[in-house]
Ligand binder design. Structure first.
Ligand SMILES: CC(C)(COP(=O)(O)OP(=O)(O)OC[C@H]1O[C@@H](n2cnc3c(N)ncnc32)[C@H](O)[C@@H]1OP(=O)(O)O)[C@@H](O)C(=O)NCCC(=O)NCCS
Length: 206
């Protein structure tokens, strides 16, 4: 039987275990992203009762799994999610985010390398899918480095307050083609990427 704090995968500088109700407390106190492009990854403001509900609702989803990323000192420094777990196709859709003050230290690459090994070798799955905003160059690079391949694209729609200044701020001009404005909403281009067990073996296999 899998214990709550049992390590499921170990990288060189990170480890992966199940995300617990206790982790919600640490997650909601993470510092907020200052980069306007990463606002979507800030934790929501949740009162204690709402944290219970947030966790219970997700933990109960049959096609969903939540994992914690720990650093070498066992601090919670990131989260990994699987959604739309498909037991027939042996696939799932991945989500990942690190706390804002731990980006660009190599921890995301390390954790994803460890997690994909767990996903393909231990869970014996076939395809780990994800979608990534076209403007998120860092995440796209990390995924490509680990073997994910672009297989399609789609537009996600958000309330128009989502990305203030994207059509006016000259600094945002290079990423403007990835946004479309509609009355009351804004759409953002996302790339669909797949990591198959075969690709994973070619890139990461022993
Ligand atoms: C995406 C994320 C998980 C990556 O983890 P990380 O620990 O920050 O990334 P790493 O330090 O392991 O690697 C970053 C790589 O991107 C490169 N990089 C950094 N900023 C970049 C940019 N603007 N454009 C292109 N590459 C960039 C780095 O040079 C490094 O590449 P290298 O290892 O070849 O030198 C993390 O940044 C994160 O949680 N971001 C916020 C939430 C998010 O974007 N989630 C993904 C949603 S799909």
């Amino acid at each position: 039987m899998e214990l709550e704090n049992q390590l499921l995968a170990r990288g060189e500088r990170t480890a992966i275990r199940r995300f617990t109700r206790t982790d919600v407390e640490a997650w909601v106190s993470w510092p907020r992203h200052s980069d306007p492009l990463l606002q979507d990854y800030n934790s929501p403001y949740l009162k204690p009762r709402e944290r219970d509900l947030w966790y219970a609702e997700r933990a109960a989803r049959p096609d969903h799994a939540m994992y914690a990323i720990e650093d070498a000192d066992t601090n919670l420094i990131g989260r990994l999610f699987l959604r739309q777990i498909d037991t027939v196709r042996r696939s799932a859709i991945l989500g990942v985010d690190l706390r804002s003050d731990r980006l660009d230290e190599g921890l995301g690459t390390d954790a994803l390398r460890a997690f994909t090994r767990y996903f393909f070798e231990d869970l014996r799955q076939e395809t780990l899918k994800l979608d990534v905003a076209a403007y998120n160059d860092r995440a796209r690079w990390v995924y490509e480095k680990l073997g994910w391949v672009r297989v399609g694209e789609h537009w996600n729609t958000y309330p128009s307050i989502f990305m203030p200044g994207v059509f006016e701020d000259p600094a945002m001009a290079p990423i403007r083609p990835f946004f479309r404005a509609q009355p009351g909403s804004i759409s953002v281009l996302h790339y669909d990427m797949d990591l198959t067990q075969q690709n994973w073996l070619e890139v990461n296999g022993r």
